[in-house]
Design a binder for this molecule. Structure first.
Ligand SMILES: Nc1nc2c(ncn2[C@@H]2O[C@H](COP(=O)(O)OP(=O)(O)O)[C@@H](O)[C@H]2O)c(=O)[nH]1
Ligand SMILES: [Mg+2]
Length: 209
């Protein structure tokens, strides 16, 4: 199914996508996707998590970047967390590539998702990019047969260190006008808010399991 959807891509692309997305589903093998507009800080979140936890666990952060340091395909970081009822949950973190030409890739990365962190860019001028990315994400989930309301979703308002950013309330209202989604402020480059966001999405995902 994945191959036919990507059949117009080079075979190497198909191979890489198949390799990660057809990862043998084990019990409590959970998939969390970091979604959001281009350059909002999704890859930076994974880099910070890798530095804090992943490296200690002997994990590898797989990032596939183009020359301009932009995410190509996706980033991938598997993590293990403590035992839960005798099982060792494995949390697979993914990011989507932000650039508009990769919409099809973003949909593929969302397949079999268990939880989503939506990384919004707090900067002025990025208001509609955030909203557009949220709209696109819901469209992809619908196309994949999900009710997006059924999937745990945490908002992260990133780049709070920059001057003249939108207020938290403005961002919250634009991205979650009625649903009261949990949200965190963050400065991903400094690691601020990254762990809190991750812990919350893991808790929500495990609560559903
Ligand atoms: N000032 C500031 N820059 C950030 C922050 N988070 C990420 N960045 C920068 O924003 C750019 C895009 O980040 P990246 O993680 O590649 O975005 P992605 O496209 O969502 O994966 C990079 O230059 C990061 O260093 C933040 O909290 N504050
Ligand atoms: Mg990226």
């Amino acid at each position: 199914m994945i191959s036919s959807r990507t059949s117009r891509r080079p075979w190497t692309t198909c191979l890489v996508i198949d390799m990660y997305l057809n990862w043998k589903k084990r019990e409590l093998d959970l998939k969390i996707v970091y979604y959001g507009p281009p350059r909002s800080g999704k890859t930076t979140n994974l880099e910070q998590i890798y530095a804090k936890v992943g490296r200690k666990q002997g994990r590898r952060l797989v990032t596939l970047k183009t020359e301009g340091d932009r995410t190509l395909f996706f980033d991938f970081l598997p993590l293990e967390i403590g035992e839960l009822k005798g099982l060792k949950p494995r949390i697979n973190l993914y990011t989507v590539p932000g650039q508009s030409i990769y919409a099809a890739t973003r949909r593929i990365v969302l397949e079999e998702v268990d939880g989503i962190v939506f990384v919004a860019d707090s900067r002025r001028g990025r208001y509609y990019d955030n909203i557009q990315a949220m709209k696109e994400m819901k469209g992809h989930l619908r196309a994949l047969g999900y009710h997006w309301q059924d999937i745990p979703l945490v908002l992260q308002f990133n780049k709070r260190d920059l001057p003249g950013v939108y207020s938290v309330e403005t961002l919250r209202r634009s991205l979650s006008p009625t649903e009261n989604l949990p949200y965190y402020e963050s400065v991903a480059v400094q690691g601020i808010g990254v762990t809190a966001t991750l812990k919350r999405i893991i808790a929500l995902v495990l609560a559903r399991v």
